[in-house]
Design a protein around this ligand. Sequence first.
Ligand code: IMP
Length: 190
Amino acid sequence: MKILFATQNQNKIEEVKNMLPSGFELMGLNQFNFTYDIPETQPTIEGNAIQKANFVFNTLKTPCFAEDTGLIVPSLNGEPGVYSARYAGPYRDPLKNMEKLLKKLSSEKSREAYFETVIALKYGHKLETFVGRCKGRIAHEAKGSNGFGYDPIFIPEGYDLSFASLSKSIKNKISHRAIAMSKLIAYLSE
Ligand code: IMP
């Protein structure tokens, strides 16, 4: 089965490719000459995933799935949450985002955090969503060079190393995105 992943984020494409079982083939927007900026202006992670899937479906008239992810830190009232990408400003700078989060957490007792991914699948008149969460904590400093975004400061539950220090295959088994993807794959396999 061929499925279109409605994202312009190459990191996410690479991760998701490595999660697909045999029998599934991932298509990207580059195969469709897609040059628009996908809007992402909703106040929730779920709202953004749905907005992205609807936009690409309506533009290309092709079934697709989109995803949105946020890092949630309960002791900071859920920050950075839906604003994870632009936490430190409009330039989506991962180093500045991590710096800001580490600074804000320096006076907090709890460093508990979780990633949440919502995948929205749009086909015909139907829309389905799939949620994946990965619990962990925020490290005191950034470490590791795998992955992307907040991976250098996120230590998943059950491990002592950040996602960026763990192997890609471990992240791809336990991550928020892996959990949401496994639900999508189960749904498509029904
Ligand atoms: P978006 O889903 O592309 O809007 O991403 C939101 C923010 O979370 C961006 O800063 C991403 O870099 C970051 N992000 C998304 N997924 C991950 C992940 O798996 N690990 C670390 N950071 C992530």
